[in-house]
Design a binder for this molecule. Structure first.
Ligand code: AMP
Ligand code: ZN
Length: 114
């Protein structure tokens, strides 16, 4: 999608990615909320999680995201220590970037949310 920051970053325009495969790109959050704060971003443009899960193709991509997750978590060094995976959606969910992304947070004991 034209003029989408995360489309550009997922394509590698921001520099080397931390992890990638055919479907997904991973890069560090510019404003980390924890010692490890990675963003897992589909290369294809979906606005949010509902947009993703509203098509068969998107659901299939979500399944492949699940398949890739253990490898990404291992790459982040969080397999043993644990982590939090967050997806924000819409106004009340405080989504600020209109290209679906999953926050992977860890590397320290996280606070109790929200
Ligand atoms: P959300 O509020 O769920 O939409 O999260 C958007 C996230 O994107 C925030 O945690 C921002 O810090 C992060 N972010 C915004 N711009 C950039 C950027 N250029 N590179 C990396 N992360 C970014
Ligand atoms: Zn996009």
């Amino acid at each position: 999608m034209k003029d989408c920051l995360f489309c550009r970053l997922a394509a590698g325009a921001g520099g080397p990615l931390l992890w990638e495969n055919e479907d997904l790109s991973v890069f560090a959050d510019i404003n980390p909320a924890a010692k490890v704060h990675w963003l897992i971003v589909p290369k294809a443009h979906y606005e949010n999680i509902i947009d993703l899960c509203s098509t068969e193709e998107g659901c299939e991509l979500f399944r492949r995201f699940g398949e890739a997750l253990p490898e990404i978590v291992a790459q982040a060094g969080l397999t043993e220590s644990g982590f939090r995976l967050i997806v924000n959606c819409g106004r009340d969910g405080r989504q600020t970037v209109g290209h679906l992304h999953f926050h992977l947070l860890g590397g320290e004991r996280l606070g109790v949310h929200v």
